[in-house]
Design a protein around this ligand. Sequence first.
Ligand code: TA6
Length: 302
Amino acid sequence: MNIAQAVKASEREAGLSFYESADGLVTVRIENELASATLALQGGHLIHWQPAHAADPVLWLSKRARFGHGRSIRGGVPICWPWFGAHPTDERLCPHGFARIMPWRLVESGMLENGATRLKLQISDTPVAHQQLPHPYELTLTIEIGSTLKMALATSNLGEAPLLIGEAFHTYFQISDVDKIHVSGLDGCEYANKMEAFARQTQQGDIRFSQEYDRVYLNTVADCTIVDPGMNRRIDIAKTGSQSTVVWTPGQAKAEELHDIGPGDDWRHMICVESANALDNEVWIPAGQTHVMSVEYSTEAL
Ligand code: TA6
């Protein structure tokens, strides 16, 4: 068996199969006894995860999602890095950073003893990325596809000076209807309300939705839960290495403005709860150090 055959064998063991689109975009399908998932190497972007015990996918993907070189994908888990939101000084640059629109490479894959599939990806440095962040770094995404979904984003500062980053797992969760759910875990937290010029306010109780909602909750390490009676399930969001949580639904008008969501009610079936380090919580990484932000998603019946 040569190395290519050995790699193929290990990929098959891990439940991986690869597909390439006509324009060279590669997606990886993961099937194991615990779950199924789909990963686009463009952006290191997980676009589907459904544990075997769940009747429905946990991640939402827009019916109008677009797949193309240099484009972000509307849904799943976009990787926001090395800034969150608009670039601080150059509005021409992609909101939420370049990691979600750049090619990543699969550097490791394998099956864990518990039956989960573990993937390790790294972003490929490109002249465009280097132009936007001329500081040596290594960015690694580790994903464990099992009865829960674990993701860890590790930023290693390979330079001589401290590195400042903003980041998020900008996760789109599949729900029955935005009117029927609530999000718990952020009661009493201060937030910046994007709908009111980032005014600072304090969360009162659980979060319910009736219109566009766009808030960055600050200085919170709290786990959150999406409670969804319409799908008779809860989705638990645990995190480490993250001081912010962003909660967003576009509302009808904004959804229609977004070409990759568009008219209709598709937007009603998703909510973004994003584990992040944003605004006041951006992270300074000392030279030679590594910072890791991680999440674990799980779902169970109510
Ligand atoms: O995370 C919330 C947010 O910053 C919203 O303000 C909205 O812009 C959303 O991200 C989607 O951003 P995108 O660049 O993916 O369209």
